[in-house]
Design a protein around this ligand. Sequence first.
Ligand code: 5GP
Length: 198
Amino acid sequence: MSASGLLIFISGPSGVGKSTLCRRLAADLPAEFAVSATTRPGKPQDALGKKYLFVTENIFRQMLEAGEFLEYAYKFDNWYGTLRKPVEDGLEAGHTILFEVEVQGAIQIRKMFPVSLGIFVLPPSMDDLKHRLEVRKRDDEATILRRLTEAQQEIRSAQACGIYNLMVVNEDNGIDKTIKTIKRTIKTFRRDEQNRLF
Ligand code: 5GP
């Protein structure tokens, strides 16, 4: 698949601060968010971050059969799939596209776009992640425990799959430092790509 723009995918457990990081990066780079369809209901904070198209399972299946997704995954009892067309159009126009996806989706993206940049965001510790999930008050106790178990699995999968160029710890009150590290990685990646091409 030919692409002239830059494709960046960002993953990390729930509560690690991914959405805020992605919003900041999208504004700073600048980059476009890849749009996803999902069967999960909308949440108030969706207005701020990555763009979702909220659909029924039936519609999701129809879209899947019509080849409208670049990749898709089942996560937290819901389906998620990245819309193919806006990504292909954006890359062809030379834009930077930012994907916020879980690890299985990221693996599919890397297969399709071998020249892409993968970033995995880690919490400072599991205790810290638990605390962050508790203070944001979005989930009950059982859901928080489930998210923590999933987080451990996701971190293990991310370390094992070897597709991430950067695994960065997002420290408490450390978002500026995290952004700086990510931007430095993007700069190096772009420079290496240019050197490879010329
Ligand atoms: P949330 O429901 O909290 O917005 O997202 C739940 C998880 O699904 C997050 O890990 C998020 O990165 C991931 N996700 C969101 N959209 C997509 C998508 O289109 N494809 C895949 N594979 N994962 C997604």
